[in-house]
Design a protein. Structure first.
Length: 533
């Protein structure tokens, strides 16, 4: 199969990229790991959070203020070109999805860390609704969409490039090879390198790992957005800071969590205090995990039964969703732990969505540089729309200017020499459990220890020739290798950042550095990375 532009990922950024590339005259194929509308972060969050909002600058004055809010909240290591591109194009993208009929509602008050009322609330199942409309629009523009298709390798030859894809249908996995001119990575996040995440199960960092193998630079990978999350009955559900920080917690030995209030907290704004207490609670939970004073789910007990009115008023949707699953927050004590909401770093892009690899582009959560050291509320969906459109445009232009000779498709071999003689699923879970130890806080001892343990798993996988395996096993190996490579890169850049900044906390380097330096990492050889800060 041949295409001008291959888009990997069927979330907001991937669909927006595919639409734009097709509008600009390219032949576009989009592949998605699962079914569109169920496997992306945007749709998945419909079931895990109270509401989704998007930030939109509607006038020149607010564009300047919004950019300042983003950079201040990102602790001044955001890429300013990306920030300015985001605020400049947010209104156009909001108008675009409104034209598709996506129901939204303006909010007339400010939210935490926003100094102006610029957030717009999605109505109903916003994520699923948005994806459904974008998918229909992509199809109407001639985009070839292939669902349940996983990219497991990319090879560049002298005169062509080939994507190796495993296509799942009716329990059978078949091999599909696609030749392309431009590749857009829109694969979403990598939250599943940890045990608990708001990300769907397929968010295993595939895009970042593939980009590393292709020679792309990765930026600010050590920063992530973590949260306290329920682990039963809905693993990964978030209760909002306004509710969570008012609850009572205790570990499995009955020891209570006592909040560590900062000096002068009485004069702090509610949002600022909630953010501080949320971080303090996450650090306490991690301490209990390390000291093994938790449940089998790595959880502690959270009690919000005294918050009946607050729960009904502030999180009515969450209350009803959880009650449908057998959990009544007004009557029950629940288990909570810490989890990853979003990786804030990723593939380094410019304002056009281009990378340092001429034919490689990226958008959405797989890309890095926009957020900085923390993520401001309301940026996730709009980030995907703005940079999805721009990467799609850039990829189309590159394809139109590329001359390559397609390879004549050869008959695929039916016999395979190799076979995986190991429990890949257990290896993935082992990596996740090791990575949990460095989710919230880090120090050199834990980082070194975790790297050694993850490297031991990598060593078992590194020399397996993926194309020698049956296709289904290629997908298993590829996903596990992606988790492993991403974890090792995350650890290496974390070891190099000797400071505490935003969401990145080093207990052995507790002060923020005087210089505001982003990080950059690239793969040199196998699991050897070059890191610059």
């Amino acid at each position: 199969m041949q295409t001008d532009v291959l888009v990997v990922g069927g979330g907001v950024s991937g669909l927006r990229a595919a639409i734009q590339a097709s509008v600009e005259g390219a032949k576009v194929t989009l592949i998605n790991k699962g079914s569109i509308g169920t496997g992306s972060e945007t749709a998945y969050l419909d079931h895990l959070i109270e509401l989704t909002v998007v930030g939109v600058s509607e006038n020149e004055e607010d564009k300047t203020l919004y950019a300042k809010d983003l950079i201040d909240f990102g602790r001044h290591i955001n890429d300013e070109d990306l920030v300015n591109t985001f605020v400049t194009n947010s209104l156009a993208e909001y108008e675009y999805i409104s034209s598709l009929g996506v129901p939204m509602e303006k909010i007339d008050h400010t939210y935490p860390s926003h100094r102006a009322p610029r957030l717009i609330k999605g109505i109903g199942h916003f994520g699923q609704n948005l994806l459904s409309r974008l998918k229909n629009e992509a199809i109407s523009k001639g985009v070839n969409i292939i669902e349940n298709a996983t990219l497991y390798d990319v090879k560049e030859e002298t005169s062509f490039r080939t994507a190796y894809v495993g296509l799942k249908a009716k329990g059978i996995v078949t091999d599909l090879r696609m030749q392309f001119s431009s590749l857009i990575l829109a694969t979403g996040g990598g939250g599943r390198i940890f045990s608990i995440s708001t990300n769907p199960g397929g968010s295993t960092g595939d895009g970042v790992a593939i980009a590393l193998k292709l020679g792309a630079n990765i930026t600010n990978l050590e920063f992530l957005h973590f949260l306290p999350l329920l682990v039963k009955p809905i693993k990964g559900y978030y209760l909002t800071s306004a509710i969570f920080t008012k609850g009572y917690m205790k570990n499995t030995e009955g020891e209570k969590y006592i909040p560590n209030y900062p000096p002068g907290y009485q004069s702090m704004e509610d949002a600022e205090l909630q953010g501080y207490l949320l971080l303090d609670a996450c650090m306490w939970i991690q301490k209990q995990i390390l000291e093994k004073r938790v449940t089998e789910n790595n959880g502690v007990y959270w009690d919000g039964r005294h918050l009946k009115e607050d729960i009904k008023e502030r999180i009515p949707n969450s209350y009803e969703k959880l009650k449908e699953r057998g959990l009544d927050l007004l009557e029950d004590i629940v288990e909570v732990s810490t989890g990853c909401h979003q990786l804030l770093g990723g593939v380094e892009i410019d304002s056009a969505g281009s990378t340092n690899v001429p034919w490689l582009f990226a958008a959405g959560e797989v890309a890095g540089g926009f957020h900085g050291a923390e993520r401001l509320m309301g940026t996730g969906v709009m980030d995907g729309l703005v940079f999805g459109a721009r990467s799609g445009s850039s990829a189309a232009k590159n394809a139109m200017n590329t001359k390559f000779t397609p390879e004549i498709e050869r008959e695929k071999p039916e016999n395979f020499e190799g076979s995986l003689d190991m429990d890949i699923q257990s290896m993935k879970q082992e990596i996740q459990k090791k990575m949990d130890h460095i989710l919230i806080t880090k120090d050199n001892t834990r980082l070194q220890s975790t790297r050694k343990e993850v490297h031991n798993i990598y060593a078992k996988l590194a020399n397996i020739e993926i194309l020698s395996l049956p296709v289904a096993q290629r997908l298993m190996l590829s996903e596990c290798m992606n988790i492993t490579v991403l974890s090792l890169a995350y650890i290496d850049v974390s070891m190099r950042r000797e400071e505490t900044r935003g969401s990145f906390i080093r207990t052995d380097f507790q002060q923020k550095a005087t210089e505001n330096n982003p990080s950059f990492v690239r793969l040199v050889n196998q699991d050897v990375f070059e890191v610059n800060i």
